[in-house]
Write a new protein. Structure first.
Length: 241
């Protein structure tokens, strides 16, 4: 009897509720990030609406969606929506390691559900496939994914973990970075920068062409980006805290 009461108290404790809120926020954010961004891809490439969004439009949709979700959910979960971001922040003690698996599950599940929604709403063919596949050589796509994610993580560290940065504009800056990354990396690698973003469509559509690129590139790029910013963070005018 005592064990049952203890379990009930644990499930209703503020700590458990807070963890659930954070994980649910990550799931919701990951869902709408993938749904909005990939929806723009489908609309731009499908036969019925081909070209209506345009490639610059797709870039803007991804960037604006990140900005909207960052301002909506950053105060709840940190608005990672990306396993590479979550792991990198955990490595540099900006996020608890014990939460990493829960965030990974939420991010991947959100991407999977969003991809499933798009699959049900549209007739997706090879041209309107909304996942990521390398357009260039595997090495070229890998380098683009690594560099694009490096820049994204570098900027995230600057605006969200450094007190010297102007925090109120952080969401705008991160969104602009995503827009620039999609502009330059999109035609080559698809500009995933996010293993969860690539995994969801791959699972739903059963397409795994060059999938390893979208695991290795974003994870390595994010860790390197966080490492470089962590190195320049510790200056004489800004001692380690």
């Amino acid at each position: 009897m005592g064990g049952i009461l203890d379990s009930t108290r644990l499930c209703g404790s503020p700590t458990v509720v807070e963890v659930f809120q954070k994980v649910f926020a990550e799931l919701i954010g990951s869902y709408f990030l993938v749904f909005a961004g990939c929806c723009s891809v489908v609309l731009n490439n499908s036969e019925k609406t081909k070209g209506q969004i345009t490639f610059p439009g797709v870039c803007v949709v991804w960037g604006f969606t990140v900005t909207i979700l960052a301002y909506s959910l950053a105060h709840v979960s940190g608005a990672h929506f990306n396993p590479g971001v979550t792991l990198s922040l955990a490595i540099y003690r900006r996020f608890p390691f014990k939460m990493v698996p829960l965030y990974f599950i939420a991010q991947i599940l959100g991407s999977f559900l969003a991809s499933g929604t798009l699959y049900l709403l549209f007739e997706v063919d090879d041209n309107s496939y909304f996942g990521t596949r390398p357009a260039g050589s595997p090495v070229q796509s890998l380098v683009f994914e690594l560099l694009a994610t490096f820049l994204l993580m570098f900027v995230i560290c600057a605006v969200s973990t450094d007190k010297r940065a102007i925090g109120k504009l952080g969401g705008v800056v991160v969104g602009m970075t995503v827009t620039v990354d999609v502009f330059i990396a999109g035609p080559v690698s698809g500009a995933s920068m996010n293993p969860a973003r690539s995994l969801g469509p791959a699972l739903v559509m059963n397409v795994y062409t060059g999938f390893w690129i979208y695991i290795v590139g974003p994870f390595v790029g994010a860790i390197l980006g966080a490492t470089c910013y962590n190195f320049i963070r510790h200056t004489d005018s800004n001692p380690p805290i």
